[in-house]
Design a protein around this ligand. Structure first.
Ligand code: SAM
Length: 278
């Protein structure tokens, strides 16, 4: 079979799997890495990705649009808003243009704590961050924000009495409705000090058939997670915060710059915004 548009290379073979990886279960982090064109994936991840590409052949562009939004958003948070501490929830495997690299290009003193549930993220993150004193990575479940905020890593690197930013890029849509995403957002917002920011970006159900087809591919194609939410549902996650201009919009419309792909084929499938606690 031809490799889907924009997907990665052959990836890893089973013999290189660390013992904590179950080769029969796909991982969101590795599927995302494959879709972005990375190398950290196994056969099971590539099989699951095939369902996504069958539903929307431009799925790789959707992931790239998200990464480009993240780049612009972190540039805003550090460059314009003056944020010096970032908690990145569901941070993903290291890729091109990691959050700490974007932040440090503007201010090398920014502290970053990466959080992800996937064991490979910890392994690769540790290797990447070996010589970093400002940035660390921990394994934790975003559904337990108290454990994250009370962790040693966060207490050491982030002074939550001062303004900081929480990034939730491409993570809430991996929480099903019965996992109470709104309750989780409320718990995170309760931890924000005045002047802090909350970045949220998600798959968008803008009432077009492709969103429904891709959601079905995510939910029923083997991954079991990937909920496309409407504008109203996504806006609810920001309740109680003031929205940074231009508000909750298509991700590519959030302060686009020269690198942003105008006319992206996946423009209407992804929304993003940043809220600020007054
Ligand atoms: N935030 C990055 C970005 O936007 O490019 C990566 C997004 S990737 C689609 C979603 C990440 O969330 C994966 O790395 C996955 O392992 C992680 N994840 C999924 N469920 C999680 C959970 N309950 N707790 C922590 N991380 C989770």
């Amino acid at each position: 079979m031809d490799r889907p548009q924009g997907a990665g290379n052959e990836g890893l073979d089973a013999t290189s799997a660390p013992p904590e990886v179950n080769l029969n279960v796909p991982s969101i982090a590795r599927v995302y890495d494959y879709v972005l064109g990375g190398k950290e994936h196994f056969e099971i991840d590539r099989q699951v990705s095939a369902a996504l590409f069958a539903a929307v052949p431009e799925t790789s562009q959707l992931a790239k649009d998200n990464r480009d939004h993240l780049r612009r958003a972190v540039t805003f948070l550090v460059g314009e808003a003056g944020i010096t501490q970032i908690l990145d929830l569901g941070s993903g495997l290291p890729t091109e243009g990691n959050v700490h690299e974007i932040a440090h290009a503007i201010n090398p003193d920014v502290h970053v704590v990466y959080v992800d549930i996937d064991p490979l993220v910890l392994a690769h993150g540790r290797a990447l961050l070996e010589n970093e004193t400002t940035t660390t990575v921990i394994t934790a479940d975003v559904r337990d924000p108290d454990a994250i905020f009370d962790s040693e890593a966060v207490r050491e690197l982030i002074d939550t009495s001062k303004p900081f930013a929480v990034i939730a890029a491409s993570i809430f849509h991996h929480l099903a409705d019965d996992e109470d995403p709104y309750g989780l957002a409320d718990k995170i917002k309760a931890r924000l000090s005045p002047g802090s920011y909350f970045l949220i970006s998600n798959f968008l159900d803008d009432d077009e058939p492709r969103a429904k087809e891709l959601q079905t591919a995510f939910l029923e194609g083997g991954l079991g997670t990937g909920r496309f939410r409407t504008w109203d549902e996504q806006q609810r996650l920001f309740d109680g915060l003031e929205m940074v201009e231009p508000g909750l919009v298509y991700a590519n419309d959030w302060r686009p710059d020269a690198q942003t792909l105008t006319g992206s084929p996946t423009h209407t499938l992804y929304a993003a915004g940043i809220g600020r606690k007054a």
